[in-house]
Design a protein around this ligand. Sequence first.
Ligand code: SR1
Ligand code: MG
Length: 431
Amino acid sequence: MTALLKVPPGYRAHDPESLRVYLAGVPAVAERLGGDPAAWRIEEVGDGNLNLVFKVRGPKAGAAVKQALPYLRLVGEGWPLPLERAHYEHMALTHEARHAPGLTPEIYHYDATLALIAMELLEPHIIMRHGMIAGTVYPKFAEDLSTFAARTLFFTSDLALSAAEKKAMIAAFAGNTELCKITEDLIFTEPYMVAERNRWTSPFLDPHAEAIREDGDLKVAVSRLKAKFMGLAEAMLHGDLHTGSIMLTVEDTRVIDPEFAFMGPMGFDTGAVIANLLINYFSQAGHEDGPGERDAYRRWVLEATAGFWNGFSAKFLKLWEKEATGDAYPAPLFASPEGRLRLAGERQAWMLRLFADTLGFAGAKMVRRILGLAHNIDLEKIADERVRASAEARALKLARDMMVNTAAYPSIEAVTAQAERLNAWEPKLGG
Ligand code: SR1
Ligand code: MG
């Protein structure tokens, strides 16, 4: 690490050997791993954009250790990044574990100076994105993720919290500004202009990238979404809820990596889930052995997309009916039979508005993964660039429509039906 990067006294980026010595002195981890620390097997396995991730295995059990680097791993030391993101991740994991038990990894140890979190080693879980590229069906995904999103968003909102508790949460997460700024720049700004960090499948996708840069309606739509992201502190968000932040088996689902957590608009999280499922749907053309070979899988991806949203909506509304302890929508105002009816109508209106937000944010998240800095391996792994660009053009078309013509999608089934139509569309490519 260069001397230019500022780190607090006591911080050092670990390697497997220095981590061994460190963990040997942390009883909460060492006792769990068991045996002689010299015999622990430790490997660095991080393949994300930001951090170091170690797998540590002892004779009794394993642990995963995540450590923030003072810079963005994807780019290198030229892009400094605050170590405090580990603090926000730890805080978010703690809230999530309370509200959505069993759906996050257990935390064993947190070290603020080292920006390091030791947690449950999730095995044989894999990153969902990898499983979806391989065509694996996850029967519990929609049920589990909808529970996670409904409970974490509801219980950190004004529907469940007092005004004072909610403001305390806003204050607690307010400092995660640099990670929010990454989102503000990479999702809501750069893909819509000429920017050095943008990249796409050129030359095949050139006309589509140019059309997006010249689309006034789309720039208004994405700017409205950006303003909402910056200004609407509706609930604690995971902040990066894509299929790379989910580890699972066919039986068990866990959400990891909430370092982008902050108090923002609920639709940003629900939109992230839908965006990444839809990207995977369009990418299947590049992963099947012959035309149509992945059709059953495609159907499952769209069923999971609808299952996620419909499950989320039903669970969120039920929580609002049964557990509305917050200061918003004061109960005395809706105590009469007529009041109860009005409140029921208001809940439906809220959900329609949240669905519209979700589609808008989903569209923005699809655009950024195709035209911006950080792409998804669902698409990147497609070696044939024409096939990849066709999949990307289809995804861009749906994304733009969800952002600009949101009202044309009254239900998630309207979105999945349009995805199916677009999957049969042959886009004109450049080059
Ligand atoms: C520059 S960091 C790129 C992306 O990686 C993370 O997963 C977030 O999605 C971020 O936008
Ligand atoms: Mg991450």
